[in-house]
Unconditional design. Structure first.
Length: 325
């Protein structure tokens, strides 16, 4: 068991012991696609293509092995431009620990097709693994590895906490699984999900989360759309960190409590805006639950940047980050 003591008062944060690398790139398992569907809000209008994919792993040791917050690996077929087999690519579990089927035999992720122009050659660039996965048909097999990840997890005593989940893009994947797990267990405490995308058509699992919010009083779903008018038009275009201001009446009381945890997953840099809002609007005592900030940095919060992370600005055990790109 992995014990993590909080530096402040409140319940002890204990993360579960997890299985790691039951399959490796040298000795992968084999899953079978049982579902592949678009999961953007408006499939025919979205700026990107994102698919939700289910894999049947019932005949492998991956069955029941992973938890939301971990990742599994995919080995695309073929070779790279140096003639070597493609390296493993990691994808976050979008499924809860009990799987899509309730027994841990079907795991899932969400995958965005990568199609771009190479910055140097100006030639079309296609992501190897993302397009391979999105092209797969139901019934086809894929080589899988993992699971990996020990830190970005729900605590064992999950019912003791409130949660503020902040996602951008496919960073929503682990929170889908975590929320499914929390709500199935009927935990009484509060869950807030803030989902950020460029356009409203790109919101992932949007109808699903809206439905959850209508059926569960303790689940709150907020969106942040950065390149068009926000769905609640009075707010205008915004980024995820701005929801800490527009919905301060919901979030600030939770953040003032000893038993609230913050999770953020998505593009690198999103954490800066979130931490600035915490520093601007929480008392020093409440801020200390989430951040340790050098005294000098507190005098110029508006100038915080990514280079200050983990140096002048450090997170406590109540903050869980998984950022990339």
């Amino acid at each position: 068991m992995n014990d993590r003591m909080s530096p402040t008062s409140g319940p002890q944060i204990i993360l579960p012991a997890v299985q790691m690398n039951v399959y490796t790139p040298k000795s992968p398992g084999v899953g079978r696609v049982v579902k592949s569907e678009l999961c953007v809000a408006s499939p025919h209008k979205s700026a990107g293509v994102v698919r939700h994919i289910d894999f049947d792993v019932s005949n492998t040791s991956l069955a029941g092995a992973g938890r939301p917050g971990q990742a599994f690996g995919v080995l695309p077929p073929g070779e790279d431009d140096k003639g070597k087999p493609h390296k493993v690519r990691l994808y976050s579990y979008a499924s809860p620990s009990f799987g899509e089927d309730g027994d841990g035999n079907v795991i899932s992720t969400c995958v965005k097709r990568v199609i771009d122009e190479h910055w140097k050659t100006h030639k079309l660039f296609e992501g190897v693994a993302s397009n391979y996965l999105c092209d797969l048909q139901v019934g086809e097999e894929v080589k899988l590895t993992g699971p990996v990840g020990r830190r970005f997890l729900l605590p064992i005593n999950a019912k003791d906490y409130n949660y503020v989940f902040v996602a951008t893009g496919t960073g929503i994947a682990p929170f889908r699984g975590m929320i499914m797990e929390l709500l199935k267990a009927e935990h009484a405490k509060q869950i807030v999900l803030i989902m950020g995308v460029a356009y409203a058509t790109d919101l992932l699992y949007h109808a699903y989360f809206e439905d959850l919010a209508t059926r569960h009083e303790n689940f709150h779903y907020l969106t942040a759309v950065s390149r068009e008018m926000q769905l609640d038009a009075k707010a205008g275009p915004m980024y995820v960190h701005q929801r800490f201001v527009t919905h301060a009446d919901l979030l600030q009381p939770l953040l003032n409590l000893d038993h609230t945890l913050i999770y953020a997953c998505g593009i690198t840099g999103m954490e800066v805006g979130i931490f600035q809002q915490l520093a601007e609007h929480l008392s020093p005592e409440d801020l200390a639950r989430y951040l340790t900030v050098d005294e000098e940095a507190m005098h110029h919060i508006e100038s915080w940047n990514r280079q200050m992370m983990h140096r002048e600005i450090r997170t406590t055990d109540r903050v869980f980050l998984e950022v990339y790109g």
